[in-house]
Design a protein around this ligand. Structure first.
Ligand SMILES: NC(=O)c1ccc[n+]([C@@H]2O[C@H](COP(=O)([O-])OP(=O)(O)OC[C@H]3O[C@@H](n4cnc5c(N)ncnc54)[C@H](OP(=O)(O)O)[C@@H]3O)[C@@H](O)[C@H]2O)c1
Length: 324
């Protein structure tokens, strides 16, 4: 059940807003949008300036800065290989980051907070499109269950603060995201940046073909980070409710279709092959976005356009993006 209310006031343009993870894919998009919308009190700290696993440092930071709004977009994030190889890191580091930030924010009674999770919190066999109320109704996908459990703990932490302290904190669960500042690493990237890297390398090296894992038939929903940022700010302005809110486009595409869009955007004209001995992963993952749509928000970036912009960004930032 979703008992969303519309009792919150839109954010004050002068409010002090701390974006945790402001250099990451999501945090940087939220920062850019807040800045261009005229928010004057943005606060950010890089990982090296403030390690969010350092509880005392986090409490000192909150005591000193006294943010009025917090967006928690800092996390240890990775693709399927990183998640299944380092489950302890994904569970432990993410639990520490969110517990420290949420506890420090509660300690000074931050009035408004948005916690970001991920669609991997939902059961592996959740009915599609995945509704918010399918949370905790079945077993998780084993390859990223440690990460998912940390994120589920974060959602419950936010709900507990609402119950015990009455603060209108909220959580948002984005689908797969992409855009500028994404992680294009060969070992830890998500599907789309991984494809962009592979097709771009193939184009540059004039390779005859690109080989992708699986059959190309699984379907995935992809949301541009600028849309994600706009949904987050929209929720902070208009939404108040205990249940996490799905953030997506409500539309999915097969991996083969997405790969073709990437090939077109990079200008790769060779062949695409599919290594069907490799696993496909979940056949379909599409979020039900009716809660978000009910608040009056809708996405604005078409996937093919968003992919073109991301390829341009990758080319312009090749050296730094590749080093991540
Ligand atoms: N990307 C997606 O497709 C996607 C989809 C759904 C949900 N989300 C959610 O969105 C949130 C942000 O993800 P993202 O894709 O923006 O990840 P990202 O690009 O890797 O950014 C995460 C940010 O957190 C910072 N960070 C990590 N550990 C830290 C620590 N101990 N102390 C301080 N800062 C730390 C990172 O800094 P360093 O790089 O310097 O460590 C980075 O700036 C996550 O909660 C994730 O679950 C992402």
């Amino acid at each position: 059940m979703n008992d969303a209310k519309n009792t919150v006031q839109p954010l004050d343009k002068a409010a002090k807003i701390y974006v945790a993870g402001h250099r990451g894919l999501v945090g940087s998009a939220i920062w850019r949008l807040l800045e261009s919308d005229g928010f004057a009190g943005l606060v950010g700290r890089t990982h090296s300036e403030l390690d969010l696993t350092d509880r005392e440092a986090v409490f000192r930071f909150f005591d000193r800065e006294q943010p009025e709004v917090v967006v928690l977009a800092a996390a240890k994030v990775g693709g399927i290989v990183a998640n299944s190889t380092y489950p302890v890191d994904f569970l432990s580091i993410n639990s520490q980051i969110q517990t420290n930030v949420l506890d420090a924010a509660l300690n000074i009674r931050v009035p408004r907070l948005l916690f970001l999770g991920s669609s991997c919190i939902y059961p592996k066999f959740a009915e599609q499109p995945i509704r918010e109320d399918s949370l905790l109704t079945g077993p998780l996908e084993p390859t990223n269950d440690a990460y998912a459990i940390a994120k589920i703990a974060g959602i419950l932490h936010v709900q507990a603060v609402r119950r015990q302290y009455g603060l209108p904190w909220i959580s948002a669960m984005p689908t797969n995201l992409y855009g500028p500042n994404d992680n294009f690493s060969a070992t830890s990237s998500h599907v789309l940046p991984g494809l962009i890297r592979r097709y771009e390398e193939a184009r540059r090296g004039s390779a005859a073909y690109v080989e992708n894992w699986g059959t190309g038939t699984p379907r995935r929903e992809l949301l541009h980070v600028d849309d994600m940022a706009s949904a987050c700010i929209h929720l902070l302005n208009h939404f108040d409710g205990p249940q996490q809110v799905n953030v997506g486009t409500g539309r999915d595409h097969s991996i083969a279709e997405i790969a073709q869009m990437v090939a077109d955007a990079t200008g790769f004209t060779g062949e695409t092959r599919w290594d069907t001995d490799r696993p496909d992963g979940t056949p379909r993952k599409l979020l039900d976005i009716s809660t978000l749509a009910g608040t009056g928000w809708e996405p604005s970036v078409e996937l093919a356009d968003g992919i073109k912009v991301t390829v341009d960004w990758y080319r312009a930032n090749f050296a730094s993006a590749d080093a991540r």
